[in-house]
Write a protein that binds this ligand. Structure first.
Ligand code: FAD
Length: 531
């Protein structure tokens, strides 16, 4: 059995950061194992074509929850990256860190060393911001963060319309104040996607002490007593780790691997015939996700990007892109949005994702015609779900209960989000372009019951599963890892992905997950973060 110092399970947003930082020291022999392919599909690297990658379905895990009561019996379908770079190779590239209070709350929950002031250096150490500088931004990291090279007229109109209803303009959602509307910065560079693989793995892979295996899936961890000493793959191969194993398989796969390895609710594992290594009932619990609801308007003129992926127009965009890396294909499509305090608490509770087209989802066709889509999304869900094994067979799907919208507060936040989005749609800058509201159907917002039903019927993930192996105090029975990300009750094992978030951050989760991995690397190597 080949022995490495460190084994990293999952080559996604967090895994690539970790592979880079752990292999910086030539004395460390590091193995990264990724279940998906290499990120060689050219559509991955062209920002606007991420929908194509999702549509093809080759580089994603098509996770789906059980039918969910909160979604009127629909499953929550949550595609996740299954490719080198993970989520960062298939996502919408929006660069957001969350709100200062998110991290201060983690710290107050007993996660020592995770307050905003504690995590800021890790964010800065990763970042190469192409415009912003100063106390909030980094210039020397591998992760390029840039302003949009393309601004669709409908995106411009959304930003203007939002300011017309009194929402302030913000040109740095990751600076002193998150609130406001504007254009998102994205993890792109020179008009190309800048995934975690691109930012952190390309250079690291040149090092002889880093081995990257793709299209190999980890089934379970191997233990000697309470010490994690290796991994077993689905194909039966095994690898040994002399120092540590880091789980970075994402918030849906990580709790599955833990349970298959005997770490989880003791009684449940015993009932499945899995020998219990550590009785941690928090494994798979505390599942959280961000949901958004479509608010869409049809435009008077055919000005959306509908049809721009076909025929002569598509060829024109490709020609422009290939010659200058500019134009529509350099756009992450979700070019703008913002953060709004709809409850008057002094902190935004709703985020908008705006697309210059009428979009559908994997479970529904897009509405016909030209238009724009505004997606109000709640930021701090109160509903919690869980992911549990159905059997000891790693090939079997898990019992995935997303339990979304089970807390009425989440519905009420979406109600306020939809109402605010409708006001923006009706503001002059958009009203002159939009001939009619398509979703929700006019009148629905006036009937509280119908509006809540619309939300349950149409809410969809914005792909931010988190929290399924959460961090917490040593005396917190449901905490899976401590503030050092070490799994409780065992040795040689850390969790370093979105699973450890005690609560979802107020925004998109790619940068926060990379931050978690940067802190994990510092814990593992003892090398301080210079941010
Ligand atoms: C479609 C989509 C759009 C998104 N848009 C944005 C956005 O615009 N901005 C933003 O900030 N965030 C966005 N996100 C969320 C963000 O990308 C994720 O939060 C982030 O990538 C999570 O990082 P992770 O390291 O926890 O997991 P991942 O990046 O998902 O990495 C986990 C990796 O582990 C691999 N893996 C899983 N199981 C195994 C196994 N058994 N053995 C070996 N490997 C395994 C997976 O294939 C994957 O590559 C989006 C996500 C998606 C899917």
């Amino acid at each position: 059995m080949t022995t490495y110092d460190y084994i990293i399970v999952g080559g996604g947003s967090s895994g690539c950061v970790l592979a880079n930082r752990l292999s910086e020291n030539p004395a460390h022999k590091v193995l990264l194992i990724e279940s998906g392919r290499r990120d060689a599909d050219p559509w991955i690297h062209i920002p606007a074509t991420f929908f194509k990658v999702l549509g093809k379905g080759i580089d994603i895990h098509p996770y789906a929850s059980n039918p969910d009561k909160g979604l009127n019996g629909r499953p929550s379908i949550v595609p996740q990256g299954n490719v080198l770079g993970g989520g960062s190779s298939v996502n919408a590239m929006i660069y957001i860190r969350g709100h200062r209070n998110d991290y201060d709350t983690w710290s107050q929950m007993g996660c020592e060393g995770w307050s905003y002031d504690d995590v800021l250096p890790a964010f800065r150490s990763l970042e190469h911001n192409e415009r912003l500088n100063g106390q909030f931004h980094g210039k020397k990291g591998g992760l390029h963060v840039s302003d949009p090279r393309h601004r669709h007229p409908l995106s411009e109109a959304f930003v203007q319309a939002a300011t017309e209803i009194g929402i302030p303009h913000n040109d740095d959602f990751n600076g002193a104040d998150q609130a406001g509307v504007g254009f998102y910065q994205s993890t792109t560079h020179g008009g190309r996607r800048w995934s975690s693989a691109q930012a952190f793995l390309r250079e690291a892979e040149k090092r002889p002490n880093l081995t990257v295996l793709t299209e190999r899936k980890v089934a379970r961890l191997l233990f000697e007593g309470q010490r994690a000493t290796g991994v077993e793959l689905l194909d039966g191969a095994t690898f040994r780790a002399s120092r540590e194993i880091a789980l970075t398989a994402g918030a849906i796969a990580t709790p599955k691997i833990l349970q298959l390895s005997g770490i989880g609710d003791g009684a449940h594992l015993a009932a499945l015939g899995i020998p219990v290594i550590a009785d941690l009932p928090g494994v798979g619990a505390n599942y959280q996700d961000h949901l958004e609801v479509p608010v869409q308007g049809e435009t008077r003129e055919p000005i959306s990007i509908l049809g721009h992926d076909r025929g002569l127009r598509a060829a024109g965009h490709m020609l422009r892109y290939l010659t200058s890396h500019r134009g529509l294909l350099s756009s992450n499509v979700v070019e703008c949005g913002g953060f709004v305090d709809t409850a008057g608490t002094g902190q935004p509770d709703v985020q908008f994702h705006v697309l210059p087209v009428l979009i559908g989802f994997v479970d529904r066709e897009a509405e016909p015609g030209h238009g724009l889509s505004i997606g109000p999304c709640y930021l701090r869900p109160r509903s919690r779900g869980w992911i549990r094994l159905k059997s000891a067979d790693p090939r079997e799907q898990t019992d995935f209960n997303a339990n979304l919208l089970s807390d009425p507060a989440d519905i009420e936040t979406l109600v306020r989000g939809v109402e605010t989005a409708i006001r923006i749609l009706d503001a002059p800058a958009l009203a002159k372009l939009v001939k009619r509201r398509v979703l929700p159907k006019p009148g629905v917002e006036k009937d509280p019951e119908a509006l809540r039903d619309y939300i349950r019927q149409s809410a969809k993930t914005v792909f931010h599963p988190a929290g399924t192996a959460r961090m917490g105090r040593a005396d917190d029975r449901m905490a899976v890892v401590g503030s050092d990300l070490k799994v409780r009750g065992v040795e040689g094992l850390r969790i370093c992905d979105a699973s450890v978030m005690p609560t979802l951050v107020s925004g998109n989760t790619n940068a926060p997950t990379m931050m978690i991995a940067a802190k994990a690397a510092a814990f593992m190597t003892g090398k301080a973060i210079s941010g």
